[in-house]
Design a protein around this ligand. Structure first.
Ligand code: SIN
Length: 282
């Protein structure tokens, strides 16, 4: 079923019009699935969802990915409540990242539902890793296709008081995960860069941090060029879903005097697939 979309920028993102996610039929859902592959991030305005209804919509996409280090809501553990109080810094997701790259099977998609937002500020920005890969030179593409990243969750990173309290075993070390730097999207077949800022993507596998830093920093600068991005301005009742297999995102920390509360669900993903080494120049 064709659904009505309004692009959020010239490269990625779309707002979906006229959909009530609670009433959505199978044809409507498959139109939304197609739109997510086309636009990488979608938002829906004016949704009225209880935690159970948000979870029911999430389950239409597949199994839920439970965060390995962060606790969910006591009566709905699949939902992580992201809270920043007035007067605090928002330290949750305030750097470019793709969700759960620090696990062997990173989250396929993330769904975020706005419960309480400032009148202005607190937007989320998105950057297309597919457009970023496509715009590299052939030489850099070849090099990138041969590299793998070493990723580790930083349990000690500064967080708002409520978010820090959701990490039960702060002192227990996190386990690293290795992924290809160029990931082949399992549904579209398109290649994209796949990395986070260095608080998670610490280095390339088999290299030191010092050796890795110049190239990681270059690729992050390149991937977040304004023409590869879009942003969502939240309203209470906005739900967004984004494809972590081809995007990074960043939560803007520009609303010091306001509270913001979001309900987040992540969806289970597959093992990451790199470019077949015999096929790199394709
Ligand atoms: C996240 O990084 O998943 C949270 C994004 C946000 O709060 O805008």
């Amino acid at each position: 079923m064709a659904i009505e979309t309004m692009p959020l920028s010239g490269s990625i993102g779309a707002e979906v019009k006229g959909v009530d996610l609670v009433q959505l039929g199978d044809a409507g859902f498959s139109g939304i699935h197609r739109a997510l592959l086309d636009h990488a991030v979608l938002c829906f305005r004016d949704q009225e969802l209880t935690p159970d209804q948000q979870l029911a919509f999430a389950k239409r996409w597949g199994d839920i990915h439970l965060h390995p280090y962060l606790d969910g809501l006591p009566d709905c553990p699949e939902i992580i409540e992201i809270v920043k109080e007035a007067g605090e810094r928002n330290r949750f997701g305030d750097h470019w990242h793709t969700d759960q790259i620090f696990t062997p099977l990173p989250a396929m998609a993330t769904m975020l539902y706005a419960k309480e937002v400032p009148a202005a500020g607190g937007d989320t920005m998105f950057a297309s890793l597919t457009h970023a890969y496509d715009a590299l030179s052939d030489g850099m593409k070849e090099l990138a296709c041969r590299l793998r990243t070493y990723n580790l969750y930083d349990k000690q990173a500064p967080r708002s008081r409520q978010m820090a309290a959701k990490i039960p075993d702060q002192d227990k070390p996190a386990a690293p995960a290795i992924h290809p730097l160029v990931r082949v999207h399992p549904e579209t077949g398109r290649r994209g860069l796949y990395l986070n800022e260095m608080q998670t993507t610490r280095r390339f596998d088999g290299m030191t941090e010092e050796e890795s830093r110049p190239l990681i920093e270059y690729l992050l600068r390149h991937a977040t060029r304004p023409e590869f991005t879009c942003r969502i301005r939240w309203e209470v009742g906005t739900l967004a879903i984004w494809d972590n297999r081809c995007l990074m995102h960043l939560a803007l920390d520009d609303y010091p005097d306001h509270r913001r509360v979001m309900h987040r669900i992540t969806l289970k993903g597959d093992a990451t697939i790199g470019v077949d080494q015999t096929d790199i120049a394709a």
